[in-house]
Write a new protein. Structure first.
Lengths: 325, 746
């Protein structure tokens, strides 16, 4: 770990507008980890834990989650559990109980990839050091992305929560020197293209203040399915966030996204589109899930993710929508 | 005092849960400074230069040792004394050759750990790299047969009369199965990292070192440091898990001691988790082909077991997967085992829990399941039809074998008779449910041990030897055995261990400690009692003064004679003696040549595989063990449960991922090297037959440290076959191996 200075921000105004050498710290579960292994080397930490970015409320047709709320707290709120089971489940399947007690919602959405090459300064990594190369394409890439990769980077985005939020068309609220703004979370995450070091549409000094999710009654019919090598404390090899709006046995609308397979949380509007107006059945879901792997580019060790992605989506849809005789 | 076989809390448990048990890295000494290993970032080549200027001027740095500024360390190979095991055989820091990724190439000493670590990162190393072979598959072309494997030849062949070759035997087999099984490299990952704290007092070295063998470490350190063995004292009262990776000397220990000597200050080195992936051994990767020939009735006629195991080019180690399994388990008129070493430009391997046996039993017991399927015979029944009543190699009888009882009790407890042998016949919602079983075995070892038992005037009794408690429960075993031998409550027995200055005891490896040390405890208790009586009759101030030794009896801490009954502490106090001590020894005898000694067990499990997404989860486990006398039900059960959890990891999760191009290890941490979490471990039902093996030693004890893992990966793979109809022969069994083959599964 490199030496750094520390500042406790007394107000949001004091926090925002800090320089490019600074990093905000809330729970610190990812940032401190990365600082210890020299992958992130901020000169200054700005502690935002005393800022008023709190609260979990449903109001005027939206769910608002303050950026500083802890993952464990949000997952357990009755209004989240009842109205947005996909969000609660995605949180509870993340990390470990200890980490969920520390990690904030804003920090969760900013967490960095688990790509082993990214996380070891001995190795080249285009995301960490521009144009230094990417050994993952010819090396260890089982956990890597089959969707959204460029020639520069195939690292997956690790957040479960982000997958659920992207599925539900959530927006992220930002406050910076130039004022406040809100953008769709899906647009907040950037594809690696030829600059994998830039992961978010966030400007220097901007602070995540919260997340907004449209509140629709039918999001009650939603779920997060996470497939992982072990049952706890492990990232997804594939995950699915699904919500279905049902009229009897007919599908009126759907929200679908996948995790563990994309360089960013992967929204799948084409599948949702393909389901609208259909009657639930295993066959319907299997056919729709076929679309998911469109354009996928498997690597040497993760070709199985093509099949796994379709199966994960189908299993999640059957779980939420029924349709198995 | 009927303590042996009861369920007794760990006598050191309270110290551990209250943080008062001090481990090797917990020692703080006046003037202590900290060492940090600098490891190579290439797999093969030469160091051209190391620029240490920035590191040297970094805050708190005291010294930086490199091949260009070495500490004198003698080569362990040259030092080679009998009984010496050294994990590293190259004298580190003595020349600029790099033989593997993560090799120690420097040692930084600073005032704090953080300063040493920071400085290590400032060292700029230039290499001249050469191409390296870092994976078993890539090195097969260089495979060679070693001189010996597990004390035998690389090839061992048993042919029945008139059969001239194993191939001839195979040609006449009515039924054949043959398949190849692969294990990746696995790492021990004990909770406690390796740590050494060294302090010199003149020419006397005291080192607090995390080790499974204090006296071996003492000998090894003396040899590589060039000092007299008597001048080295190794202390290790507590070990936070070891599993074999603390059984050898690894280079951080002598570097720490040599730096402390050079700097004239105590030095402490604690390895990071990352450093433990190349600095302290691993289980080699293994490729095995098992070919079984049988009659249509399921009697084995041929067992052929061919092994390739990886080994570092700089330190030979054979993972004896066939020699330790196929030469012991089944009755077959024709058996052939072969072993070849695949030399790699990779860090040295070493013993890891059930070395040889763990991978070997995966292959052999998977193959037996494949044969059972082919024959349509129940897997338990097939094993009973091939039950070996004598050791297949030496034709000696077993000292005590009740494996058939393990199968029967295990099958009953598990409900094996309700299993449907038809794959995919059992489902629960979208989970396919399968049941599988496998045999467990592990050789029973014992070695010479000497124990001291000391009656103290404070009413306590100390029992001591240079043995070890790796978390295995040895403190409690010493207390229980002494308590029973002396008739004194466990609370009044003070076990002492983990000090090279104590009487000899073997390495805590090979599951031998309890079997080696316990009989010596009994002998020492007897000797101490005799000394006590002799003292009591010979001292004029004693109430028993002048009586004949044969008139004085000892029971439950009390001497009795002539109507008098006096406790040992009163006798000692009356004589102004603080203690009286006896010592006893125990060692294997003639029986070694007359019997075969093995522990046995049967493993049964239920596994669920999701029919959509193919993740496998173990949901039920039953284990029945024939391990001789169980000294402490509680810690013994924990040992076997721990072994089974280890086996679940080996079966479904564990693999060290080596970058094929650089030898770099991708998952050198506990987030990405997966071991089971609580959520991956179901209720594990462990039963001991508890039949004493008195041919082996007077207490009838065999070892239990390793057998728990044996057979577990095979039982899981066999259950997965029963669930899905897919046979997976490569560990770990992850979703892709089931997804790929299971088209139309959903």
């Amino acid at each position: 770990m490199k030496a750094f200075s520390y500042k406790l921000a007394g107000s949001t105004d004091e926090a925002i507008g800090t320089g490019t050498q600074s990093a905000f710290i809330a729970g610190g579960t990812n940032l401190v980890d990365l600082m210890k292994i020299d992958v992130m080397e901020p000169k200054e930490l700005v502690d935002i834990n005393q800022l008023p970015m709190r609260g979990v409320t449903i109001d005027n047709g939206v769910l608002r989650i303050g950026a500083l709320e802890k993952m464990a707290y949000v997952a357990e709120q009755p209004e989240v559990v009842q109205n947005f089971p996909v969000i609660s489940q995605a949180l509870l399947k993340s990390a470990s109980a200890q980490l969920r007690n520390m990690a904030s919602i804003g920090g969760n959405l900013m967490q960095r990839t688990r790509c082993a090459y990214f996380r070891d300064v001995l190795m080249p990594c285009n995301k960490r050091v521009a144009e230094s190369g990417c050994p993952a394409f010819a090396g260890e890439n089982r956990m890597h992305a089959i969707l959204g990769a460029s020639n520069a980077c195939c690292a997956t985005h690790p957040s479960d929560l982000a997958v659920a939020l992207v599925a539900l068309d959530a927006s992220i609220n930002l406050q910076g020197p130039k004022g406040t703004r809100s953008i769709k979370l899906e647009d907040f995450y950037l594809l690696p293209e030829d600059n994998p070091g830039r992961e978010h549409a966030i400007e220097p000094g901007e602070l995540i203040t919260g997340v907004t999710v449209p509140h629709t009654n039918w999001y009650r019919r939603s779920a997060y399915l996470k497939i992982r090598d072990r049952e706890s404390y492990e990232f997804a090899i594939c995950s699915a966030a699904v919500a279905l709006d049902m009229d009897g046995l007919n599908i009126r609308d759907a929200r679908i996204a996948a995790g563990g397979v994309g360089t960013k949380p992967w929204r799948l509007p084409e599948i949702a589109q393909a389901l609208i107006g259909k009657r639930v059945s295993q066959e319907t879901f299997e056919q729709a899930a076929e679309i998911a792997a469109k354009g996928a580019r498997p690597l040497s060790q993760n070709g199985f993710k093509l099949t796994l992605l379709k199966r994960t989506l189908t299993r999640a849809l059957v779980h939420v929508g029924g349709g198995v005789a | 005092m009927n303590n042996v076989g009861q369920s007794i809390d760990r006598v050191d448990g309270k110290l551990k849960v209250t943080g008062r048990a001090r481990y090797s890295g917990d020692r703080s000494l006046p003037g202590l400074c900290y060492g940090y290993l600098l490891q190579s970032s290439i797999a093969k080549g030469k160091i051209q230069s190391m620029d240490v200027s920035a590191a040297k001027s970094s805050p708190g740095v005291i010294a930086i040792f490199t091949p260009f500024n070495p500490l004198k360390i003698y080569s362990p190979a040259q030092a080679g004394e009998e009984g010496m095991i050294s994990g590293d055989m190259i004298p580190l820091l003595q020349d600029p050759t790099v033989d593997y990724f993560g090799q120690t190439i420097g040692f930084v000493v600073a005032e704090t750990f953080e300063q040493a670590r920071d400085a290590a990162r400032l060292v700029k190393t230039e290499y001249q790299a050469q191409p390296a072979i870092v994976e078993l598959q890539a090195g097969l072309g260089q495979a060679y047969a070693p001189k010996s494997v597990s004390g035998m030849g690389a090839t061992v062949s048993i042919l029945s009369d008139g059969v001239t070759s194993i191939d001839e035997a195979l040609r006449s087999a009515q039924v054949l199965v043959s398949a190849t099984y692969n294990n990746p490299i696995e790492h021990h990952n004990p909770m406690e990292p390796h740590a050494a704290t060294a302090v010199w007092n003149g020419d006397q070295l005291t080192i607090y070192d995390a080790t499974q063998w204090v006296q071996g470490q003492q000998r090894n350190l003396a040899a590589v440091l060039g000092v007299d063995e008597a001048n080295v004292r190794v202390l290790c009262p507590f070990v936070g898990g070891a599993f074999g990776c603390k059984g050898s000397m690894w280079m951080h220990s002598p570097l720490t001691a040599a730096a402390a000597r050079r700097l004239n200050r105590p030095v402490k080195t604690v390895l990071t988790r990352e450093q433990m992936y190349t600095g302290v051994g691993h289980r080699p990767s293994v490729r095995q082909t098992v070919t079984l020939g049988a009659t249509e009735q399921g009697e084995l006629t041929v067992v052929k077991h061919e092994v390739f195991s990886s080994s570092s080019r700089v330190k030979f180690f054979a993972e004896a997967a066939a020699h330790r399994t196929s030469l012991a388990l089944y009755k077959s008129p024709n058996i052939l085992v072969t072993h070849e070493i695949v030399p790699l430009d990779f860090a040295p391997g070493t013993f890891m829990r059930a070395p040889g046996v763990a991978p070997g039993m995966f292959a052999l017991e998977s193959a037996m399941d494949e044969l059972a399927v082919k024959l349509g015979v129940d897997p338990v029944e097939l094993r009973l039809r091939n039950y070996a009543t004598v050791d297949p190699v030496h034709k000696l009888p077993w000292s005590s074998k009740h494996l058939d009882e393990c199968y029967r009790v295990g099958a009953d407890k598990f409900g094996w008779s309700r299993r449907n042998p038809e794959p995919k016949s059992n489902r629960d919602g979208d989970w396919l449910v399968g049941h599988g079983m496998a045999t467990a075995l592990y050789p029973a070892h014992r070695s010479y041990a000497e124990v001291k038992v000391r009656f103290q005037s404070d009413g306590n009794v100390s029992v001591s030897a240079a043995t070890h408690d790796l978390g295995t429960g040895m403190y409690t075993v010493l207390a229980i055995v002494a308590s029973e031998a002396l008739g004194i409550p466990v609370e009044r027995i003070w076990p002492v261990l983990g000090d090279s200055g104590l009487t000899p005891a073997p390495v805590a490896g090979g599951s031998q400690s309890t079997a080696s040390v316990s009989p010596a405890v009994v002998a020492a208790a007897d000797s101490a009692t005799k000394k006590l009586i002799s003292l009591a009759v010979s001292s004029t101030k004693s109430p028993f003064s002048g009586m004949k030794v044969s008139d004085v009896s000892y029971a439950n801490g009390v001497l009795q004679a002539g109507g008098k009954s006096v406790s040992f502490e009163s006798v000692l106090s009356g004589l102004d003696r603080s203690a009286v001590e006896g010592s006893g020894t125990a060692s294997p005898g003639e029986e070694e040549h007359k019997y075969g000694f093995l522990s046995f067990g049967a493993q049964f499990c239920e596994v669920r595989v999701n029919e959509w997404t193919a993740e496998a989860r173990v949901t039920r486990f039953t284990s029945v063990m024939d391990v001789g006398t169980v000294v402490n039900q509680k810690t013994a059960r924990s040992q076997v449960i721990g072994g089974i959890v280890f086996g679940i990891g080996m079966g479904l999760l564990e693999a060290t991922k080596v970058d094929p191009n650089s030898g770099w290890i991708a998952n050198r941490n506990l987030a990405e090297y997966l071991v089971p979490t609580n959520a991956d471990v179901p209720h594990i039902d462990v039963e001991f037959l508890n039949i004493p093996d008195i041919t082996f030693n007077s207490l009838g004890v065999r070892g239990i440290g390793e057998i728990g893992i044996a057979g577990v990966p095979a039982a899981i793979a066999n259950a997965i076959f029963n669930a899905t109809g897919t046979r997976v022969r490569d560990l770990p069994i992850t979703p892709e191996s089931l997804l790929v083959e299971q088209k139309g599964m959903a």
